[in-house]
Design a protein around this ligand. Structure first.
Ligand SMILES: Nc1ncnc2c1ncn2[C@@H]1O[C@H](COP(=O)(O)OP(=O)(O)OP(=O)(O)O)[C@@H](O)[C@H]1O
Ligand SMILES: [Mg+2]
Length: 366
């Protein structure tokens, strides 16, 4: 992909593209006198069979076709794209890296990252982001100092395949990183967010919990479990009919008249809770300097799986924490006047990653 100056306008950012296993979401934001404004917004179902069960992009042509159609419909052909991908093989870690004055952080960061991956580092595509440096008066000007670096690694083959799909759709990929970080940046990016918050991305094929503390994503964990698994498990107890199972999921999963299906929903909730409580345990090897502090006060959910009826109150009851949805539009001061299409309003939490991508770039680099 290489580096080049983003070809974005003074006030319009690149396209934010969230490639999910269930749907593809695209948005573009323009900065007007009254604040951020939506310049483009679109979503469509991910073509079936584009990803395999391990999250690899096995049919880039179909993905490119869907992206090209979306770009043409929106009139944004040729635009720059910042993209996020949800994949179980993404690894995200906040590293403490000893920075030498005028030195390159990348080798030291990659050395720390390598043992965390379950594939060789030279098969990974790594995005590094400097998150925090010590205050200028806290270190000697020419002494090495620890800095916080956010490392995001994904299999290079997957990233290259996505880049090629974006390019053959007539768009220009700038950055590709792992969902769900953009949503957290959107929630906390202006520094006004809560000191400690657990952000959950509840997608179709995976669930990611990110613990943000003092505006840093100190811990990220991914469960290979999503809304699609819930539907499949429910189909197993509802006579094998996937449509009936999806309808059950979208209506009332804890419906007492279907106790076998309600037990499936219970099991799903239990898995989510187990992952949350695992976050509360300090790493056995003491590897995380910032072991999560517990308890927190707030869980914020996004991804359309967050819409599962009764999930939020049940999570709240089980954890004793406040549970909210992330409405990315409201976060950016958009849509509060009722100007969003109904279809968007119905699936508000699914837009958080996409909006976070579109928004962050022009604030940071625009
Ligand atoms: N009202 C609802 N109640 C429960 N689940 C819902 C609801 N609406 C959508 N879903 C589920 O949300 C999932 C899709 O969420 P989302 O769009 O965030 O996924 P994705 O980003 O495409 O997937 P992934 O992030 O796993 O790659 C699907 O499993 C869908 O059935
Ligand atoms: Mg997703």
């Amino acid at each position: 992909m290489g580096w080049r100056q983003p070809r974005i306008g003074r006030t319009t950012g690149p396209l934010g593209l969230d490639v999910g296993h269930h749907s593809i979401k695209l948005s573009q934001i323009e900065l007007g006198p009254g604040g951020p404004r939506l310049a483009a917004l679109a979503s469509r179902a991910t073509p079936p069979g584009v990803f395999d069960g391990d999250g690899y992009l096995v049919d880039p042509d179909s993905l490119a076709g869907a992206l090209r159609d979306m770009a043409n419909e929106l009139g944004v052909a040729g635009a720059d794209v910042v993209a996020a991908l949800s994949t179980p093989s993404a690894h995200v870690a906040l590293l403490d890296v000893l920075a030498e004055p005028d030195g390159d952080l990348a080798p030291a960061a990659c050395q720390q990252l390598a043992p965390l991956l379950d594939y060789p580092l030279d098969e990974a595509s790594v995005v590094l982001r400097l998150m925090r440096t010590p205050p200028y008066n806290a270190v000697e000007p020419y002494a090495p100092a620890y800095v916080k670096v956010l490392a995001c690694a994904m299999p290079a083959a997957l990233v290259v395949a996505l880049e090629q799909a974006i390019e053959s759709a007539g768009l220009a990929p700038l950055v590709i990183e792992a969902a769900p970080l953009p949503a957290g940046h959107l929630l906390l990016g202006d520094g006004a967010g809560p000191a400690s918050v657990l952000v959950g991305d509840l997608g179709a094929t995976q669930t990611t919990w990110t613990l943000w503390q003092d505006l840093l994503p100190v811990f990220v964990t991914t469960l290979p479990l999503g809304g699609q698994d819930l539907t499949e498990a429910a189909a197993g107890v509802l006579g094998g009919d996937p449509e009936a199972a999806e309808a059950w999921k979208l209506s009332d999963p804890w419906d007492e008249s279907l106790p076998a299906a309600a037990a499936v929903a219970d099991q799903y909730l239990k898995s989510l809770l187990q992952a949350i409580s695992a976050l509360a345990q300090p790493a056995a090897d003491g590897a995380h300097e910032s072991a999560p502090r517990w308890p927190m006060s707030l869980i914020v959910l996004h991804g359309a799986g967050a819409l599962l009826r009764d999930l939020a109150p049940r999570l709240a009851e089980a954890t004793g924490l406040r549970v909210e949805w992330l409405d990315g539009f409201a976060r950016l001061g958009m849509g509060i006047d009722g100007s969003l299409p109904n279809e968007v309003g119905r699936y508000l939490p699914q837009w958080a990653n996409c909006l976070g991508l579109a928004w962050r770039q022009w604030v940071v680099e625009g």
